[in-house]
Structures are given as C-alpha cells and as structure tokens.
Design a protein around this ligand. Structure first.
Ligand code: C2E
Ligand code: CA
Ligand code: CA
Length: 515
C-alpha cells in the first residue's frame, strides 16, 4: 500500500494481508482481480488501469450508495488518473536516464553537479573536495582491445570506487573516461585514491589490466557552483597531465588566473588573425664568405589593439594548442612567398625565404599540399627553406621521412632549427634529407664567454662538415662571435649584428644598401 488516510493511515508501506478487515481486503483484491470498479453498499473500490501492467486500486469507505451519474464520473476520473500515473512513470524513467549512467550504474555529470550544488547550498563547504579521476590513454585502450573491453574497464573502476568510497562520498561518471568524487577532503586526495588503482583490474575474469589515472582536485571552499567545481578540478587534471600520465594536481587561484589569461589571449589572437592584425617581419641571412645576403627568415609578429607587441614565444604555443597554427602557418607561407616574389621581381632573384614550421602544422592535414600550392601561387622557382625543429624530425619516423622527401621533390630545402637544444638522438640526421643545421642562439650567445662557450658551436660545425650539411648560426650579435664562427668554418649567419627582423616594405631599401 502506497497511500492511505484516516483510520487506514498506519497501513502505508504494508502488505494487503495486513489489513485486518475482511471486507476491505476482499474488496481491493476482487477489484484488482476483475480489473474494474467495484461499487457496492458501503464499499467503493476503484480500479486504475495502466498500460505498463502496474495497475492499482483505491478503496473508499463510503457510507452511501452512489448514483448512476457519480459512478460515471468516477469511471472518467479513474481513467484520467491512470494516464497521469503512466506519464509520471515515463518522466521518472527520463529522469533516471539523465541522472543515472546505465553502463556503470553511477550518477551522471548532471546528477553530480546537482549534488555539489545541493551541498554548496547547505553552507558547509570547507573541508570538502571534488576530485576527478581521468583514465590515461583510454581511447588507445578502446582502440586496441575493443569497446567491450573499454566498457569492462569503466565498470571495474566504478565498482572499485563504489566499494571503497560509496558509503562516505558521492561518486559519478561525469564523462566518457572521467569519474567524479565529492567528499571530505581527507578522503578525496591522491594519497587515499592512488592505492585504489595499484592493483590491476580483472577484466572478463582473466585479463589483468594495469590502470594509469590522472587526478585533479578542487576544494569546495573556492567555488560558487557545482559547475565551477567540476571545471576547476578538470583544469587541475589538465595541469597534472602536462607532467605526463599518472600525476595529480590541486586547483589554485593562480591556475585559474593563468587559464583565464591564456583563454583571453587566445581569443584576442583569433580576432587578430581574423582582422589581419598579424604581420610578418623578415630577418636577413648572410653568407659569411662573401658577406652578402642569402635570403630572409620570416618571423610572425602580433601587435594587439593597444599597439603592444606580443612575442611569438608567447602566442605560438597557444596557437599550436588550439590548432589555430594551421591557418596561421598557411598564411605566413603565402605572405612570405609573396614578399619573396616582390624581391625577385626587383632583381634579387637568387635570394631564398626561410619559413618556420611548427610540429602541429607539419603533422596535420595536407602540409605538403599546402606548400606546393603556395609555391605554385607565387610562381617562384622553389627558393623556399622550411625550418623544422628536432621534435618534428623525431616524430613517427616513416611519416616524417615521406613528407620531407615529398617536400624535397618540390625543390624545398630543409633546416633543423634550434639545433642542439632538443636532447634527441642524432640518428635522424643520417636518415632524413636535411640541408642545413641552425645553431641555436643560446650556443652562439656563449661564444663570447671564452673558449669554453664556443665548444658546442664548434662541435655542431664539425658535425655539419662531416655530414655535408650547411651550418647557419642564429643570434649573432657582435664581431667577436662572428669572427669565432667564421674561424670554426660556419657558413652562414643571422642576427642583430647584420639586421633586426625588418618590415616587408623596407626590404628593398635594405638590400639596396647591403648587397
Ligand atoms: P626562432 O625560429 O629561433 O627565431 C629566431 C628568433 O631569434 C626570432 O625571435 C628573432 O627575432 C630572434 N633573433 C634574431 N637575431 C637575434 C639576435 O641577434 N639576438 C637575439 N637576442 N635574438 C635574435 P622571434 O621573432 O621572437 O621568434 C621567436 C620564435 O617564435 C622563433 O624562434 C620561432 O620558433 C617562433 N616563430 C616565429 N615566427 C614563426 C612562424 O611564422 N611560425 C612558427 N611556427 N614559429 C614562429
Ligand atoms: Ca627559426
Ligand atoms: Ca632558435
């Protein structure tokens, strides 16, 4: 019995058999069995049919016999109520679907955020923490072993969390491979949670799956809403991830500020790119034997709305993380080649253009096609050099090799930028079609500091000679560096000693004065 009133009130949540009156019990039983209203002297049992089969009946202790009209009205009332009941059931099924994750039988993100909101509303926030557990490389697991296996891993984790923390914390699955925990701070912290993942999960009763998870935490004292708590904890996860898999981090106000600043900068960068507020500066590269210009390196520049320069070292990593670098890179390529075209047309037709290529750009989409298109558009013989870093040379070998050969086929030359700073194995130098090594500015800087400082530059130059590669030194600022580099056999140089990066429309004049 789900509802009762008056002298029957005690019967709520009890069984029919607990009704001590044979008259009442009999009326309800008969009503349910016959599936119809039962209207007799002193007894009215109403039947409420339901499509789902969950019929119910209501007993009314009625002193008077009902008129024909009243019976009729009751009939209508019963079927209306039955429809309402059906709808309520449907609604609660929808609710369950929004609030309960069917795969792992845990509350969903929506339910989790609501639970945090409810907790925040109680006012006791200090001493409580939201933790997120994010599985490392879950999509790789899914791809390698199939989705059934992935599901089993998720269920395994849900089970483990529930067993260990189900009594004391709120647990939820808040995204594909992310679980949320809300509880007292002494329980929701890495020292308590890590041990849950040291023992491998048993998948399908025989496979032992060793888990690696990243964790992020946000204290409830620092947030206004459940949404913020989850967002902050997720920022902490992302920060933890930057240290590699299996790490954890706690959200702090500095992380928040940093993230907001970066987001703001990224928005401005998007806008600057769209409104063509980016431009390219060109730094001359010099042949050390003839002391004549060989070409230029294209360097991206951004002057924001307030007229301030934002250095590429700050905005290029952002552009790389957001993928914006692809569009920006294509634009630099086209602008630089258009500039080179003008230089060639003005009579300096043997000069080359060096263009920086980021790893992201090199790996994504049809990079070789983009280069081919830009060269075709410019109508130039391919006096184009691409500066790639060691990190590009080191990524998935076969692919890089094929791409570099395709670029070489277009007539493009390849330089390794920032050479010597990548701590990478040198074996790629033998394997890949490379033309030039660019000694990083930091090594050139050290040349001024006596014999010690020149040793790495000397070694790189020696290596270049052995491998038949041209050596260019960047960041050459004074005569002393220049003399030393020349003496060591360095072929080319670039730096403030010769020129700072120049605006496109001043290149003609500069060439005129310096050829
Ligand atoms: P990078 O490729 O190593 O570029 C050389 C940097 O050294 C440039 O800084 C240049 O202005 C600076 N430089 C040149 N000569 C001297 C010198 O004599 N002394 C000193 N102290 N510095 C000198 P910039 O323009 O700030 O660029 C910084 C980095 O941003 C570049 O380093 C490159 O990695 C990246 N970058 C710039 N433009 C692009 C671009 O179009 N695409 C990509 N992917 N990266 C770019
Ligand atoms: Ca460069
Ligand atoms: Ca460099």
């Amino acid at each position: 019995m789900v509802a009762a009133a008056g002298r029957f009130a005690d019967l709520i949540q009890r069984h029919l058999d607990d009704i001590d009156s044979e008259r009442v019990r009999g009326a309800i039983t008969r009503c349910l069995a016959q599936k119809q209203n039962l209207i007799e002297e002193e007894t009215v049992a109403l039947f409420f049919p339901a499509r789902s089969g969950n019929h119910f009946a209501a007993f009314i202790d009625s002193p008077a016999i009902l008129s024909e009209i009243d019976r009729h009205l009751l009939q209508v009332f019963c079927s209306n109520i039955a429809v309402c009941a059906e709808n309520t059931r449907l609604l609660s099924r929808l609710h369950d679907q929004a609030y309960l994750d069917r795969l792992v039988k845990l509350p969903t993100r929506t339910a989790f955020i609501e639970a945090i909101d409810q907790h925040l509303a109680t006012g006791t926030t200090s001493g409580y923490t939201v933790g997120l557990i994010d599985i490392d490389q879950f999509s790789e697991t899914n791809e390698a072993f199939g989705h059934g296996y992935g599901d089993a891993v998720l269920r395994g984790i849900a089970h483990r969390l529930d067993e260990a923390l189900g009594e004391s914390c709120r647990i939820a699955r808040i995204a594909g491979d992310t679980f949320g925990i809300l509880g007292l701070s002494w329980a929701v912290r890495p020292e308590k949670l890590r041990p849950l993942f040291t023992i491998p999960l048993l998948i399908d009763d025989d496979v032992r799956h060793q888990l690696s998870v990243s964790m992020g935490f946000a204290h409830l004292g620092d947030v206004q809403s459940g949404n913020d708590a989850v967002k902050n904890a997720y920022l902490a996860v992302k920060l933890a991830r930057t240290q590699g898999p299996g790490h954890d981090a706690v959200y702090t106000e500095e992380i928040g500020q940093e993230t907001r600043a970066r987001t703001h900068l990224l928005h401005s960068l998007h806008a600057a790119f769209e409104h063509e507020r980016l431009f390219v500066a060109y730094q001359p590269q010099i042949d050390l034997e003839t002391r004549k210009p060989l070409g230029f390196e294209a360097l991206m520049r951004w002057r924001d709305e307030k007229g301030e320069f934002i250095p590429p070292d700050r905005f290029i990593p952002l552009a790389e993380q957001s993928g914006l670098i692809n569009g920006m890179g294509r634009w630099v390529l086209r602008s630089a080649l258009r500039t080179l075209r003008r230089i060639h047309d003005a009579g300096w037709s043997d000069l080359r253009m060096a263009i920086n290529v980021s790893v992201v750009q090199f790996q994504s989409g049809d990079f070789v096609g983009d280069v081919a298109l830009a060269i075709g558009e410019s109508g130039l013989p391919a006096l184009v050099e691409l500066e790639i870093t060691e990190s590009v040379a080191m990524t998935s070998a076969a692919d890089v090799e094929a791409k570099l050969h395709a670029l070489k086929a277009l007539g493009v030359t390849i330089a390794i930028d920032d050479f010597g700073t990548g701590f990478s194995s040198l074996s790629y130098l033998d394997r890949l079609p490379i033309d030039r090594l660019k000694i990083d500015r930091s090594f050139v800087n050290n040349i001024g500091n006596g014999a010690e400082g020149a040793r790495i530059a000397e070694m790189i130059i020696g290596l270049g000679h052995k491998l038949d590669l041209t050596i260019i030194a960047e960041g050459v600022e004074n005569e002393e560096q220049l003399l030393l580099l020349s003496g060591l056999g360095c072929h080319e140089a670039q730096g403030f000693l010769f020129a700072k990066p120049l605006a496109a429309d001043t290149l003609g004049q500069w060439l005129h004065d310096n050829s």
